[in-house]
Design a protein around this ligand. Structure first.
Ligand code: ADP
Length: 376
């Protein structure tokens, strides 16, 4: 390939409704022409990006996701995964200018709504053009590529029968979510599968073959809804805080369960007493509202949003005769609780027919898909 036509640095960017994802390819060896002319600026960019794991107040590099030994356009190197809130695009542009990025790079491959929304700003502020790719095309390409490069990418959660029940695990969830363990899944013959991307909102795609997919459904009740409602109800101010509140809460003080209505199971239709009959159903009572904790409210919000996504995904999968449901998107970041709930719900409601699968690089696939355009 003619690498001179595509000067370094190589980036792929996904400017989403909440988070901007930036994937940076660090080549292992630099060619002579690059060494000649651009080396100082390039070196600075490379050093800045790879030596830090925090950028400004809000930028983060997910060091644990870094992938070494990746080949793109015949070049070997390392993929770095960086994210920052989309509300900080302005600071990113300032940074790009101060690091001289724009003098090396006149086009960035980008996707997500922000690739449209901020197109003018990129031109005005740093004279960079955004070459826009469709976000779902990029997402699928990214999933396929990362999965082919990383044998550990795909995994699932399963109740561990070997460990005895511990007394700390909440009795209202069966089987206890704390008993779930993570196991690798061989995703080498994946088709067909349902891809459920849980970002600010949710998209569900039926993927039948590498270049054959369509968007079958979606819902506006997504990760943005979880965080928005949690902030309103608990006064929390970050996703991490919302998740940690939820982890120590109990949703049964907030949700009305089948047993709260029936006194036990609804036997005729085999609905167990501990199933949620009405999400937030207890909050109609002033007494209960007065007693409820922030943790419980966060937990109920998490359970409500997660189970709703789970039901829609399950309906789509069974309509399409699909057994594998792959969940991705940053809602699942640092959120094993939702993954376990989804795993449990998928298998419980389908009587074991459906399998919930997860991907290590969670929210970065769209950005990776953009980076892959260097490969075309
Ligand atoms: P989008 O492309 O719509 O921004 P993402 O896949 O990046 O979607 O997921 C965004 C969602 O991820 C948020 O709505 C929130 O639920 C969750 N999330 C995870 N980490 C963070 C974070 N550091 N800040 C804000 N939201 C986060």
């Amino acid at each position: 390939p003619d690498n001179d036509a595509l000067p370094m640095p190589w980036f792929g960017m996904d400017i989403g409704g909440t988070l901007t994802k930036l994937v940076y390819f660090e080549p292992r060896e630099t060619n002579r022409r690059e060494i000649d002319k651009e080396t100082e600026i390039l070196k600075n960019i490379r050093r800045y990006l790879t030596r830090n794991s925090a950028y400004g107040k809000t930028g983060r590099r997910d060091v644990h996701l870094q992938m070494d030994n990746v080949t793109i356009r015949g070049r070997r190197g390392t993929l770095h995964f960086i994210r920052f809130p989309t509300s900080e695009v302005g600071s990113f542009l300032q940074l790009a200018r101060s690091k001289g990025m724009a003098t090396l790079l006149n086009t960035i491959y980008a996707t997500g709504g922000g690739a449209y929304k901020f197109e003018e700003d990129f031109i005005k502020e740093v004279n960079m053009r955004l070459s826009k790719l469709d976000e779902l095309d990029a997402l699928i390409a990214g999933v396929q590529f990362i999965d082919s490069m990383n044998p550990h990418e795909c995994y699932y959660w399963e109740p561990n029968q070997d460990t005895p029940l511990d007394d700390d695990s909440p009795p209202y969830l069966e089987p206890c979510l704390s008993q779930y363990v993570r196991k690798p899944f061989d995703f080498s013959s994946p088709y067909p599968f349902l891809l459920v991307n849980i970002g600010s909102g949710v998209s569900m795609l039926v993927v039948s073959a590498p270049n054959d997919y369509y968007r079958v459904s979606g819902t506006s009740l997504g990760g943005g809804t979880f965080l928005g409602l949690c902030c309103l109800l608990t006064g929390c101010s970050s996703f991490e805080e919302a998740i940690s509140l939820a982890a120590s809460g109990d949703n049964t003080t907030v949700d009305k369960l089948v047993r709260d209505i029936y006194g036990g199971d609804y036997e005729r239709f085999r609905l167990r007493g501990d199933l949620v009959a009405s999400s937030f159903g207890h909050m109609c009572s002033a007494d209960r509202r007065a007693k409820v904790s922030r943790e419980d409210l966060a937990r109920a919000t998490l359970v409500t949003i997660t189970n709703n996504i789970g039901s829609i995904a399950r309906l789509c999968a069974s309509n399409q005769n699909i057994q594998r449901v792959v969940f991705c998107g940053n809602f699942l970041r640092v959120n094993p609780l939702s993954m376990k709930l989804l795993s449990y719900a998928m298998s419980y409601w389908s009587k074991g027919a459906l399998k919930a699968l997860f991907l290590e690089h969670e929210g970065y696939f769209g950005a990776v898909g953009c980076l892959l355009h260097y490969d075309n």
